[in-house]
Design a protein around this ligand. Structure first.
Ligand code: SAM
Ligand code: SF4
Length: 344
């Protein structure tokens, strides 16, 4: 033990499993939102007219770095950068370069809409990003426009090709399927990924905030159905090594791509949840589907704290992590946050 009661490992004086919640789950993964802004307005994520946060409320790049450092000093090994669209944040590459050098960090991951990867795939790889997720909901230009409201399919496809040239450990396509929008693209999207040896994950639409264009209970496509469509054509075998979290992976015999199903709605993945989120306002969110949180920005700005105070606040927050989410359960108050505010 050290002065602050943190258990230290023998070999490298790094904390061992400091972040354990009340249900015995070990948190070693954070999703860090670097902006709430985006150049797209995807129908499941944002409303058409968005008001973004005033700059003063948003963490500075230095604050984001300090928070990431605090987590890695507490044993976090994996950081995913998300948003909003991470690549629209001014100077985001300088932050990513610093994060890539954090001692103890094993994996630096990025989730992006891919629109700027044509330019940034190389610098991201050089900065130490290991894996990249690229959102792609349709291969039809007009439909892509309808779903993203402002995006251009050709930019994203060029971004995917630029990423493929950079030797990332893995590239995964993320697709949110919605009845009436793109539910007939299960096979075309799968074939796109297979042809390029990319992974693909189908994500069930989550009820975060009110989407303006549709009633979500009518558009959710269950992953069970998506899986049956792919199985019918190709056959699917589950992959043994399950990662903690909401993804379940399968493979088509003889193909390299992994096919994932992220099912927060129809399956409860909370039992092995190993992650927390930090919003760009510095709110440490203990669960995607609940409001339990701790204000890390206040620790830095109002309490004038530094890295040690951040670490104590993070350790203290672990007792707030709820056992599970309650999406679509009657009589439970659903979160009013949209995904761009949550850090998807
Ligand atoms: N802008 C980046 C992107 O689109 O990949 C990163 C942020 S985005 C919020 C992260 C992921 O969340 C995307 O794959 C997106 O499809 C997904 N997403 C957004 N809103 C969602 C919702 N309501 N339900 C399920 N997935 C959602
Ligand atoms: Fe932007 Fe990503 Fe949300 Fe689409 S899903 S609006 S790209 S943050």
């Amino acid at each position: 033990m050290n002065d602050s009661g943190i258990a230290l490992t023998d070999q490298n004086v790094r904390p061992a499993k400091v972040l354990i919640d009340s249900f015995g789950r070990h948190v070693d993964y954070i999703r860090l939102s670097v902006t709430d802004r985006c150049d797209f307005r995807c129908v499941y994520c944002m409303t058409e007219e968005m008001t973004f946060l005033p700059r003063a409320q948003v963490l500075t790049l230095e604050e984001l770095h300090l928070i990431a450092q605090a987590f890695t000093e507490l044993g976090v090994r994996k950081i995913r950068l998300t948003g909003g669209e991470p690549m629209v944040r001014n100077n985001v590459m300088s932050l990513i370069e610093c994060l890539g050098q954090l001692p103890g960090l094993k994996e630096l991951l990025l989730t992006t809409n891919g629109a700027q990867l044509d330019k940034y795939a190389g610098p991201l790889r050089q900065a130490g990003v290991n894996r990249i997720n690229i959102s792609l909901d349709s291969l039809d230009a007009e439909r892509f426009r309808r779903i993203s409201r402002t995006g251009r399919l050709e930019h994203v496809l060029a971004g995917v090709e630029a990423a493929r040239r950079q030797n990332f450990d893995r590239i995964r396509i993320n697709a949110v399927l919605m009845k009436g929008y793109n539910d007939d693209e299960v096979l075309p999207l799968t074939e796109y990924a297979l042809a390029r040896d990319l992974d693909i994950a189908f994500i069930e639409e989550m009820p975060l905030g009110n989407a303006s264009d549709h009633d979500r209970e009518n558009t959710v496509c269950s992953n069970e159905w998506v899986r049956s469509v792919i199985t019918e054509k190709y056959g699917l075998a589950p992959i043994g090594d399950r990662t903690a979290g909401p993804s379940r992976y399968y493979q088509i015999p003889g193909r390299r791509s992994r096919i994932g199903f992220i099912s927060p709605v129809s399956h409860n993945f909370c039992g092995d949840c190993n992650r927390v989120r930090v919003t760009v306002e510095g709110r440490l969110l203990l669960c995607l589907g609940n409001e339990h949180s701790v204000d890390l920005r206040a620790v830095l700005r109002e309490q004038n704290g530094g890295i040690e105070e951040l670490k104590q606040a993070i350790i203290g927050a672990m007792s707030l992590k709820p056992e599970r989410h309650f999406f679509y359960e009657k009589d439970h108050v659903q979160p009013v946050r949209l995904m761009n505010m949550t850090g998807g």
